[in-house]
Write a protein that binds this ligand. Structure first.
Ligand SMILES: C[S@@+](CC[C@H](N)C(=O)[O-])C[C@H]1O[C@@H](n2cnc3c(N)ncnc32)[C@H](O)[C@@H]1O
Length: 220
């Protein structure tokens, strides 16, 4: 039996309905969140080394993180083939930004490869967050940091964090999306509890950045 995600078969859309979802994200939230991704890249501000972005989607955080930084390599991974091909188009040939189809539960890079791992608006999809924290910890260098961001449906939205065409998307639409594709306090607390039992141990800060809840996990 094909899964419901695969039931829709469209020539040129390798992942069926999942491809459509990826295109819808690319042209909608993928555009609207670009300023937020610029703020995240500027805030982390890694100038050299290696940065892994998990669940990279159309790739904008990785692209902004790597722009103008020849000493920095940024790798974006995503389980969606379609997202990875959109990210490849978006990067417009930047040599220090690489996108690969890969599951964050099984990262193919050796231990202690990365200075930074980011995960923006992807944790609400994770079926096994413990496995992802374990992998992130393994591939981070000692002293490296993992940043996890999820939109808070109750946040005040800083207007310069969203790219709007006219009034679209209004705050009401964003907040409705974030109820589904973000985390309320209970879901966030559950994610944080999983992180707390991972190899990161007690090295976890829970704060906010813009309209996101943020965890900063440090590898000792
Ligand atoms: C809502 S999109 C967010 C994309 C991007 N981070 C952003 O902020 O625009 C979530 C992405 O996470 C990806 N994803 C979910 N689980 C994943 C996993 N285990 N490993 C890698 N990617 C994953 C999905 O395929 C999807 O593209």
């Amino acid at each position: 039996m094909p899964s419901p995600q695969r039931a829709l078969s469209i020539p040129g859309f390798p992942e069926g309905r999942r491809s459509l979802t990826a295109y819808a994200y690319h042209f909608g939230p993928g555009v609207a969140y670009q300023p937020a991704h610029r703020f995240i890249a500027a805030d982390i501000d890694l100038q050299e080394g290696v940065w892994l972005d998990i669940g990279c989607g159309p790739g904008w955080l990785a692209i902004f993180a790597g722009s103008g930084k020849p000493e920095l390599d940024v790798i974006g991974i995503d389980t969606s083939k379609t997202m990875i091909s959109l990210a490849e188009d978006n990067k417009q040939g930047r040599l220090n930004v690489t996108f690969r189809e890969m599951d964050a539960r099984e990262v193919v890079y050796p231990a202690a490869t990365f200075d930074v791992v980011t995960a923006v608006q992807t944790a609400h999809h994770w079926e096994d967050p413990a496995a992802i924290f374990t992998e992130a910890h393994r591939v981070l260098k000692p002293g490296g940091k993992m940043y996890v961001y999820e939109a808070d449906p109750d946040a005040t939205i800083p207007s310069d964090w969203i790219r709007r065409r006219g009034v679209w998307p209004p705050d009401s639409v964003l907040k409705r999306r974030w109820q589904k594709f973000g985390m309320d306090q209970a879901r966030w607390d559950a994610l944080k509890a999983v992180a707390g039992t991972s190899a990161f141990g007690a090295n976890i800060e829970d704060d906010r950045h813009g309209f996101y809840r943020r965890l900063v996990l440090t590898k000792a």
